[in-house]
Design a protein around this ligand. Structure first.
Ligand SMILES: *Cc1c(COP(=O)(O)O)cnc(C)c1O
Length: 371
């Protein structure tokens, strides 16, 4: 029998979250962002749940090929554009729209021979200072693109650094608006946090939105809001089983570095999941976990293949009991915990990171199924 660890991708939850994102900005078309192999879920595994989107956005040309191989004939956008001139041939062959964020990409387009003019999104650096033309240089780039026979449609795009936080988007939105006011073309600006938090802002115009993390059921702005606050459902469950138990006497310690010490007699379970499965080693005593759907905590240090859990709230749990690291407890959990939820955001927060990183880091060795 293989190790009992297993991940499940929830198709219905993906569908639900996409609809949730759309409800915030009902007039916008939605690029479902599926970069990083659909945030670790697997492009092929999320396709059914997200095919209701208007297009797919990603970074990697090989991932674009995979979406075409699934039979998707609609729009696909390369969020960072092409990395070298010959990538433009792939764009022509697969009909990919692509971001243009620097002069070199315009030079390459000008030299590209194609029968099919390209749909591009001209990226502005409105304050994030990652990719894009500054507002001062944006118009000149637009004019150059507009003069190229290789280009037929130019969308206008920027990306927000603080849509999830107190600084907000106004400073960037204003910079973008001022520099694009009289330019034609579709606007593409809002990421998940902007969709959830800023949809109603006066002056926010986004003909296309780019939801990513919201589709995968994580709150972009945890802990200010939780996934439940935003009406999102978990799309990935990571679950395993108890493979050993120990009854500790007062003073006994648990795991590497003896980081947990029992003050009183304590029953603990050993779960078959460790950092080599993608569970963060930085999660310490107290990180929430479900055993048979009942909320408890991990104890001591996470090791490569195992972690330990407190069985006090689940005295009946024995060998083979279900342990949910994040996501949804199964229908087979005991009556107390059936279908209980544990947000990936809570676990990520305990490790000092965000849900994005945990889902993207699900290890190759974990078998995954789709339901
Ligand atoms: C990743 C990415 C997104 C999606 O971001 P979320 O925070 O996951 O919604 C949108 N736009 C660009 C340019 C991105 O790189």
């Amino acid at each position: 029998m293989p190790r009992p660890i297993h991940a499940t991708i929830h198709t219905e939850a993906l569908r639900h979250n996409l609809l949730r994102a759309r409800r915030s900005m009902p007039d916008a078309r939605a690029w479902a962002v599926v970069k990083a192999n659909a945030y670790g879920h697997g492009i092929e595994r999320v396709f059914e749940g997200l095919r209701g989107a208007d297009g797919f956005a990603l970074l990697d040309l090989a991932e674009a090929e995979r979406i075409r191989a699934l039979g998707w004939r609609g729009p696909i956008l390369l969020l960072e554009g092409v990395f070298e001139p010959r990538d433009l041939e792939t764009c022509s062959r697969l009909g990919l729209a692509h971001a243009v964020h620097c002069d070199a990409q315009i030079d390459w387009l000008a030299a590209h021979k194609t029968q099919t003019p390209h749909h591009v999104f001209l990226k502005m650096n409105s304050g994030m200072n990652r990719l894009g033309f500054t507002p001062a240089r944006y118009r000149a780039a637009w004019a150059r693109l507009n003069a190229l026979p290789q280009v037929d449609e130019i969308g206008l795009m920027t990306h927000f650094s603080d849509a999830d936080g107190p600084r907000g988007i106004a400073h960037q939105r204003e910079a973008f608006e001022a520099a694009t006011r009289d330019l034609p073309g579709e606007r593409c600006v809002a990421n998940s946090a902007a969709i959830l938090r800023h949809a109603g802002d006066a002056g926010l115009r986004s003909d296309w939105v780019r939801p990513g993390i919201v589709l995968y059921g994580s709150a972009a702005d945890y802990p200010a809001h939780s996934a439940a606050d935003w009406g999102l459902q978990p799309t990935m469950t990571l679950a395993t089983r108890i493979i050993g138990m120990q009854d500790l006497l007062p003073g006994a310690t648990v795991g590497y570095g003896s980081r947990f010490r029992a003050e009183a007699p304590l029953r603990i379970g050993v779960a078959a999941c460790g950092y080599a499965d993608g569970y963060p080693r930085l999660c310490d005593t107290g990180t929430p976990v479900l055993v048979n759907g009942v909320r408890t905590r991990i104890l001591g240090r996470v090791s490569m293949d195992m972690l330990t859990v407190d069985l006090t709230p689940v005295p009946d749990a024995g060998l083979g009991a279900e342990v949910t690291l994040w996501g949804r407890a199964s229908a087979a959990s005991g009556p107390a915990g059936r279908g209980a939820l544990l947000s990936i955001d809570e676990v990520a927060h305990a490790a000092g990171t965000v849900g994005y990183e945990l889902m993207c880091a699900l290890a190759q060795r974990v078998p995954v199924s789709v339901e």
